[in-house]
Design a protein around this ligand. Structure first.
Ligand SMILES: [Zn+2]
Length: 508
């Protein structure tokens, strides 16, 4: 009976334990009392790790997820999290020593493995039924980012942004004196196939309103920028464009990597600098992890000691892959990527001057290049030396409140550093890349896809795309896909793009 409960739960986990247990009870021609007992048994069974650790789990990484009970446990856990499930949640779940021993693992799994498991658990990375984003709006961090960062940035440029009414430009009275306009370039990545739609997060199999894709081969990804002024980002004669089409492949995780997006943005910057240099340009990106990647040597107080390191200790820093002259990672004789220890990047004083984390040449007591330690770093920032000396490096388990207490010195060195502005906000690679070239950049708040007009533009193009015929032979069908997609995107009329942008601006 339990076995049936688990296997049914796996097929219908969207219905939840209560309904599934009721269904099983019904099959045995019994009522809610049995359903309740079944749930209790299931819980006890899941909690009893001996019951679940048969010896055959040596090859767990390959086949353990084929075990229904373990699957059920993970599914139940993911369901408990709510609507917004990430593969990372599995990684986090398996950090618990009990879970590790139940699953027969020595350490938690890699994110890429977690993604495969998500698929095995029949979650697909996809956009849920319309309207599922709404709840994310209420998340505190998301609301705070929207209110304190995104909207003020948007408002600061409002006077220089052209307004569009009904697809055409409307010139507000106060724009007569604007000498340089701001153009917003919205970036987005999307997945096109003959009958599939864009996908945004893990959706359990069986969720309503998601058409099933017909096959991998029929899928093509596109990443592009669009603005109300010019539509998709290209040179005036159309010879150069920022658009990238790619097939979701094994090594790409189906999506753009950080390197991909930097490269694409560089192309965009090149085109805009050459052809549209009398306007200010701001790139608007989704708040995706790949977009927010930080440089490997980015400032972080996570592993810093309070005191300086000893002169003979290994360098305090970050392990980064060695990059050869060809721009690719170098491999060692053991076949692994060679790594080298690099210094962590400089911190910044409140006035913007760089603060090295390492002692300089000529220090009276310290050997040049040794790490200063948190205490010294804080004292250089003007914190009282005696007070700092009395602070511990870190509160137990670092469980002190993230928001500084009224008297900041009552806590620990690590918390103090975490709250310093340069440690709290580390620029992403993409952000630095754009800013260094004089281009603006904004990240949309999470779950606010209605703020990205390209979402609607994709929808527009998708309608055309689905109606275009494909060749019968699979090889030419592949080429058709690419041609059809370009054609569908380019046939979205500019006034429609403008309406999409106006509509998104209305939400700001
Ligand atoms: Zn603390």
């Amino acid at each position: 009976m339990l076995k049936m409960l688990f296997s049914r739960f796996l097929q219908h986990h969207r219905h939840g334990w209560i309904r599934v247990s009721a269904d099983v009870a019904f099959m045995y021609q019994r009522g809610p009392a049995l359903a309740k007992r079944l749930r209790a048994w299931a819980r006890a069974f899941l909690l009893d790790r001996k019951a679940r650790l048969p010896s055959a789990y040596g090859s767990w990484s390959k086949s353990a997820l084929d075990n229904d009970i373990l699957k059920a446990e993970l599914c139940a856990h993911l369901q408990g999290i709510g609507k917004y499930i990430r593969a990372q949640d599995i990684v986090d779940y398996l950090q618990d020593p009990d879970a590790l021993s139940r699953f027969g693992l020595k350490k938690t799994i890699a994110l890429s493995t977690a993604k495969q498991w998500m698929k095995k658990l029949e979650y697909r990375w996809g956009k849920g039924p319309h309207g599922q984003y709404v709840n994310g709006h209420e998340r505190e961090d998301v609301a705070a980012y929207r209110q304190k960062t995104f909207l003020p940035a948007f408002a600061s440029r409002e006077a220089t942004v052209r307004q569009w009414t009904n697809g055409g430009p409307a010139v507000p009275a106060d724009q007569a004196t604007v000498s340089r306009h701001t153009v917003y370039w919205f970036h987005d990545e999307s997945c096109f196939s003959a009958n599939d739609r864009r996908k945004v997060y893990w959706v359990p199999k069986g969720a309503q309103a998601i058409p099933q894709p017909k096959g991998e081969g029929a899928t093509l990804m596109v990443a592009d920028f669009a603005s109300a002024e010019y539509g998709f980002l290209k040179s005036p004669d159309g010879s150069k464009a920022a658009r990238v089409l790619f097939r979701p492949g094994k090594n790409r995780d189906g999506w753009f990597t950080n390197d991909d997006i930097i490269q694409q943005t560089s192309t965009a910057i090149e085109i805009l600098s050459e052809h549209y240099c009398d306007e200010d340009h701001v790139f608007v990106f989704d708040n995706a992890t790949t977009h927010l990647k930080r440089p490997p040597t980015a400032l972080s107080a996570r592993r810093m000691s309070k005191s300086p390191t000893q002169p003979d200790a290994p360098l305090f820093g970050v392990e980064v892959p060695v990059i050869g002259a060809d721009g690719k990672a170098v491999f060692g004789p053991d076949g692994k990527v060679l790594k080298e220890k690099m210094r962590m990047a400089d911190a910044r004083f409140a006035d913007g001057r760089p603060q090295s984390l390492y002692f300089a040449e000529g220090h009276e007591l310290r050997v040049a290049g040794t790490f200063k330690g948190m205490a010294e770093i804080l004292m250089e920032r003007g914190y009282d030396a005696d007070a700092i000396r009395q602070l511990r490096a870190q509160c137990p388990k670092f469980e002190c409140p993230a928001i500084p207490p009224l008297s900041p010195l009552s806590c620990c060195c690590r918390r103090l550093l975490y709250n310093e502005p340069d440690f709290a906000v580390v620029e992403s690679i993409l952000e630095s890349h754009c800013k260094a070239r004089g281009f603006g950049i904004l990240f949309l708040p999470k779950f606010h896809c209605e703020l990205n007009p390209i979402e609607q533009v994709w929808g527009f193009a998708n309608g055309t795309y689905r109606d275009l015929p494909l060749s019968a032979s699979s090889r030419s069908a592949e080429a058709d896909l690419e041609r059809n997609l370009n054609h569908s995107l380019d046939s979205v009329p500019l006034p429609s793009i403008r309406r999409c942008v106006s509509c998104a601006f209305l939400h700001c």
